[in-house]
Design a protein around this ligand. Structure first.
Ligand code: BMA
Length: 332
């Protein structure tokens, strides 16, 4: 194994299963957890569904921020903790954010969180309802108290993902400008900020593709980018419009370390597409939507949490060096 991870931590307790004997590496770059879905739809008292959620290592276990739609079909985000990353205790009630400024507007809804550690704390970034979907931001030290910050973008925008460190002295973010509905278009953009409040120097990163069907309608960043010696490893979802509506799969890209709006390679085939029953059937059929990735620097293992059919949460495993090689070899 080549160790490509940079600035990564050891995570000996990363959730993990070896590649099953019947899984052919030529056909399947990453393999699913045998007990998927790892998080059922009804884990909390009021949840209709738990999906598109963010998990990180925390103390000697794991913590996360989970998208839980309730049985009134209201979208919100909840804190959770786990010893092993597999069995979760998620709070029944949504996170009650403490505002960093009393003038900060309330959120109408929150969904699709990503979480990343930067410098001294955890940042949560999500799709925030403020006269339509925009990007919301908060920080926490303990996954108990969350401090809501200014919205990094105006409406309409979704799929915000922060880089885990400053790039050229600035905090950095990917986002996906959209519309107020089920957006039929969408490219990934890069923005930077000196202070998490003012964002600018916007750069286009990548568009939907006319030659790769699974990403031909729109694309959006998945988990916060992972630093490797070969570039930022970005898992991203792509959408195909079929005669039965949108189909969400995910692939991977490598972005330049210093100028992340420059794409080094980007997978033509998908890595994971909806094909298991829990990905094909649910509140929104045919969705595999990644929001979090755990890595272990010692083994190069990676575990990705992804929303399945907007209903439950799944887990897939892989090796970072194999994934990086495969993206380069199968680049658009
Ligand atoms: C997107 C978001 C995601 C969702 C997907 C499929 O627009 O709302 O949360 O998983 O649609 O419904």
């Amino acid at each position: 194994m080549k160790n490509l991870l940079v600035n990564a931590a050891s995570l000996p307790n990363i959730p993990w299963e070896e590649r099953p004997k019947n899984s052919d590496p030529a056909k399947e770059l990453m393999w699913r957890y045998s007990k998927n879905p790892v998080i059922p739809r009804n884990l909390t008292r009021y949840s209709n569904s738990i999906f598109n959620s963010a998990v990180v290592p925390f103390k000697d276990g794991f913590a996360g921020v989970f998208r839980c739609d309730d049985t009134a079909r209201r979208m919100n985000i909840h804190a959770g903790k786990s010893k092993d990353g597999l069995n979760w205790i998620i709070k029944d009630d949504p996170i009650q954010f403490v505002k960093t400024d009393p003038d900060l507007p309330d959120s109408e809804y929150k969904y699709d969180p990503r979480v990343v550690f930067i410098e001294d704390r955890w940042y949560v970034i999500w799709c925030n309802g403020y006269h339509g979907p925009c990007i919301g931001l908060a920080y926490t030290f303990d996954f108990e108290t969350f401090h809501q910050m200014e919205n990094p973008t105006l409406v309409y925008n979704r799929n915000g993902a922060l880089f885990p460190r400053k790039i050229n002295g600035k905090y950095a973010m990917l986002s996906r400008p959209s519309d107020s509905g089920h957006t039929p278009f969408g490219d990934i953009f890069y923005s930077e900020s000196p202070d998490f409040v003012y964002w600018g120097k916007h750069r286009h990163v990548m568009s939907r593709s006319s030659v790769s069907g699974w990403q031909s309608t729109k694309i959006g960043a998945g988990p916060c980018p992972i630093e490797t010696s070969e570039g930022w490893l970005l898992f991203y979802h792509g959408v195909l419009t079929s005669c039965n509506g949108f189909v969400y799969s995910f692939g991977g890209a490598l972005l330049d370390l210093e100028k992340p709006w420059k794409v080094i390679a980007r997978s033509c085939p998908y890595i994971i597409n909806p094909r298991e029953l829990y990905e094909l059937a649910g509140d929104v059929p045919n969705v595999a939507f990644p929001c979090a990735a755990l890595t272990d620097k010692d083994t190069g293992r990676i575990a990705i949490y992804y929303g399945c059919a907007d209903t439950v949460t799944g887990l897939v495993f892989g090796q970072v060096d194999e994934i990086v090689d495969w993206i380069k070899k199968n680049s658009l």
